[in-house]
Design a protein around this ligand. Structure first.
Ligand code: DGY
Length: 333
């Protein structure tokens, strides 16, 4: 029986590549920069499986170029780079990488929260530039984290992990999501809160929702105006959840007081993004899941999903389960 062919759109941790090579003929865009679109389309033409990154657009054009494609394993928990509907229509399975990146991403959310609250980057720049002239009782005052109120928007795995960390800081924890999550309330003492109320009453607001049509632009001028003038806003979800111009204006006016941003509307965000010039913004380059252990786990999960699907087994972490159901009822499909 001939081996299935898999195309991997970026250099990935070796153990995942080794696993794929045990099972398939594999070609790799062996580079740290994204695969050019024309190469992706050309490679997809031969592939039964693709291992993609969040920067690869997986859409109807790609599907049209990939007649043999059966599965796309996206190496990310988010899949806003994928036209899920188009895949489902074509009977192509999509998988993602939940769970394995939860803790690393929650750590980064906290790194941004603490850095923005206590002006760590601004302070570093002052010291580095030799502008540290004195110590006085009002010098570089930040926001107190211990005992404050944390509001988490989105109560999925990452949101829950962010909330869990807050217990060590003796914070009052509240969350907003469409549905209440009684387990969170029981385990962490978190309270479910209407969106506007959370914005009004939280000292720290951390965004962890996926980017969907519903969440696109959910933070705009109205939402920032509801926040406290001492609030710190942290986004580790997707840039598209925030209206960046509105955030810029809001930060200039001092409400919210500061922001920690790991994600941007356009990535990489250009150097002249005016947000980056504000002293009350701490920015990182979409590194929520960026530890070697987590990236290896993500790549391994994506590879295992490809192995399962291309050997006729259900994937570990499917997104469009409808395709799975259709295949089970019609195994020849
Ligand atoms: C994800 O998995 O969606 C993250 O944003 C990648 O780091």
């Amino acid at each position: 029986m001939s081996q299935s062919h898999v195309f991997v759109t970026r250099r990935i941790p070796q153990p995942a590549l080794d696993l794929l090579r045990e099972h398939f003929s594999v070609s790799v865009w062996d580079d740290l920069a994204p695969v050019p679109r024309e190469v992706l389309l050309r490679e997809a033409a031969q592939a039964e499986g693709l291992l993609t990154m969040l920067s690869d657009r997986v859409d109807a054009t790609l599907l049209a170029a990939a007649p043999r494609l059966r599965v796309v394993a996206n190496m990310a928990v988010g899949y806003d780079n994928v036209d899920v509907h188009a895949l489902t229509q074509r009977g192509v399975l999509l998988t993602n990488t939940p769970d394995v990146l939860t803790e690393a991403t929650a750590d980064l959310a906290w790194a941004l929260l603490l850095a923005a609250a206590r002006r760590v980057v601004e302070g570093h720049k002052v010291v580095e530039a030799g502008r540290w002239e004195t110590w006085h009782p009002f010098y570089m005052l930040g926001q107190e984290v211990y005992g404050a109120t944390l509001g988490v928007v989105g109560a999925g795995r990452i949101g829950a992990a962010v909330m869990r960390r807050a217990l060590a800081f003796h914070m009052r924890v509240q969350y907003y999501s469409r549905r209440r999550v009684p387990q969170l309330e029981a385990a962490l003492g978190a309270t479910h809160c209407p969106f506007d109320e959370l914005l009004r009453s939280s000292d720290f607001i951390v965004v962890t929702v996926p980017l969907t049509e519903e969440t696109r632009g959910m933070f705009g001028a109205r939402e920032f105006a509801l926040m406290k003038d001492t609030a710190v806003f942290v986004n580790v979800a997707r840039g598209g959840v925030v209206n960046e111009e509105a955030l810029l204006e809001a930060l200039r006016r001092g409400r919210p007081w500061a922001a920690g941003l790991d994600v941007f509307a356009v990535e990489p965000t250009p150097k002249d993004n005016p947000l980056l010039a504000l002293p009350n913004v701490v920015a990182t380059p979409h590194i929520g899941s960026a530890t070697l252990r987590t990236r290896t786990a993500m790549a391994m999960l994506a590879a295992r999903n490809l192995v399962a699907v291309l050997h006729g087994q259900p994937p570990l972490t499917p997104v469009n389960v409808e395709v799975l159901a259709a295949r089970t009822s019609n195994p020849g499909a």
